[in-house]
Write a protein of this length. Structure first.
Length: 469
């Protein structure tokens, strides 16, 4: 897809064991964007400009790691002001180079034959003068029928190799080549024949990538797993395990289902089931006016909050950590555990303060009594070496009003405590001194009040903001 062209078009344990890697063993996944939420169809989007990148940071608190753009074969790869603004913000450009000259498609055979080498050499010079990493996505989605460069695998492979050869012949070492087919979740647009490497031609691809969207509507609602999983497995086998980029993805909004799509897909499915993924790029533009879809996150507050959770997550280089209940503590009159084996398990639902908690893992409950019921739960922890605690807060979700006293404690010391009576999320600011021992000994306590009615708690966590020292 580009900004102006394109028509609508738990896994078995053994497999998981082969493909899942421990989250602590991997580097942070890079988050990217094609951020054009307010640009009308038919107008140019300068997603790489400092103004646009600053707008994204103003919305989400930090710059994207990668910014996507689209250029014709004869266009300037990176303008001088782009180079300056990207460097100042530490953002890596991923330029999608489309085989158009003067706005018209050119043949792959002519590219392979050298007819357009002057343009490619200009691109190579532009990349070399930039001096930092540039991701180049030449002739993307070649396995589909919606672009003129699709349909001829042998011509495509020859053009790709020639394009890369020109860069290499001009001594460009900072350009990395991203081979980016569309997902083949339907089984109707295989991409194997377009792959430009083989045993006789190694070194032509640095990253492999996939483009895939949740179109909704008549196409049906699809999870990120349904869209990408089978193609990811095939791509991994085809490339011999090269790093993977989800170079274009997004979901429509239907019945407020997109926030869950974002959180499930990026915070659960990708890190747990697609360990080769090193970057994810959201296509943030409204193309509904041309018969496509509105892909902008800004369409609903829920989607913005969900993306913010991804931005904040350490999985994606964020600095917000959610330490959830992970063990019991013995108390003389504990709350009743409902639909779960332990209190800590029932409270460890993987939600944040921007999401209404539910009963997926069960919950704890206490009836009114002159003698209070008390439940305490241990928490996950995280290494503080090289980091400092800039903010800490304890949270719990109550679905009913009767009062609950909530405390955050470390050993015998109460760090914070307060009584709450409302429905929804409640929080305490927790004054942590930043020592590992204090954090490791922190736990949460729930004490039932004497008000008439049943008290319930669905979820709880300690939220930490950690910054490098």
């Amino acid at each position: 897809m580009t900004g102006s062209r394109r028509s609508i078009i738990f896994v078995f344990a053994v497999l998981l064991a082969l493909l899942i890697t421990p989250l602590t063993a991997r580097a942070a996944i890079k988050l990217g964007t094609y951020y054009c939420p307010t640009v009308p169809v038919g107008s140019s989007c300068f997603a790489t400009s400092g103004e646009v990148l600053d707008s994204y940071r103003s919305r989400y608190g930090r710059f994207p790691s990668i910014v996507l753009s689209y250029r014709g074969l004869d266009a300037t790869l990176l303008f001088s002001n782009e180079k300056t603004e990207l460097k100042e913000r530490g953002v890596v450009p991923m330029v999608t180079v489309e085989p158009y000259v003067g706005g018209q498609p050119v043949s792959l055979q002519d590219i392979a034959g050298g007819r357009y080498d002057s343009y490619i050499r200009d691109e190579a010079a532009s990349a070399a003068s930039y001096g930092q990493e540039v991701l180049l996505r030449f002739a993307h989605e070649m396995n589909g029928a919606w672009y003129p460069w699709g349909g001829d695998p042998s011509a495509y492979v020859a053009a790709w190799r020639h394009y890369v050869d020109v860069f290499r012949a001009n001594g460009v070492s900072n350009a990395k080549f991203v081979w980016s087919p569309n997902v083949n979740s339907s089984g109707k647009i295989p991409f194997d024949a377009y792959y430009p490497e083989d045993s006789s031609h190694p070194g032509y691809v640095d990253y492999v990538a996939l483009d895939g969207y949740n179109w909704g509507g008549s196409a049906g609602w699809k999870t990120l797993r349904q869209i990408f999983r089978s193609s990811y497995i095939r791509l991994n086998a085809l490339s011999g395990g090269k790093p993977v980029i989800l170079a274009e993805t997004a979901s429509v909004e239907e019945a407020n289902r997109r926030p869950k799509w974002i959180r499930d897909g990026l915070l659960e499915i990708i890190p747990k089931e697609m360990p080769k993924v090193v970057a994810v790029v959201w296509f943030d533009r409204n193309l509904a006016a041309e018969g496509n879809r509105d892909w902008t996150l800004e369409g609903t507050a829920g989607s913005i909050a969900a993306w913010q959770d991804v931005v904040n997550s350490p999985l994606y280089g964020g600095n917000v950590y959610y330490l959830r209940p992970n063990g019991p503590r013995t108390t003389p009159r504990p709350w009743t555990i409902v639909n779960s084996e332990t209190a800590w398990a029932s409270l460890s639902e993987n939600v944040t303060e921007s999401v209404k908690a539910g009963t997926a893992r069960g919950y704890i409950s206490a009836v009114a009594s002159t003698e209070p019921f008390t439940t305490e739960v241990e928490l996950d922890t995280t290494p503080l070496t090289g980091k400092k605690v800039t903010a800490a807060s304890a949270w719990f979700y109550a679905p009913v009003k009767p009062g609950i006293t909530f405390e955050a404690r470390s050993g015998s010391t109460q760090l914070a405590g307060q009584s709450f009576t409302g429905v929804g999320w409640h929080s305490l600011n927790v004054p942590l001194n930043g020592t590992q021992s204090q954090l490791d000994n922190t736990f949460l306590r729930f004490v039932s009040g004497s008000e008439t009615g049943t008290k319930k708690v669905y979820a709880a966590f300690l939220r930490l903001t950690l910054d490098p020292k």
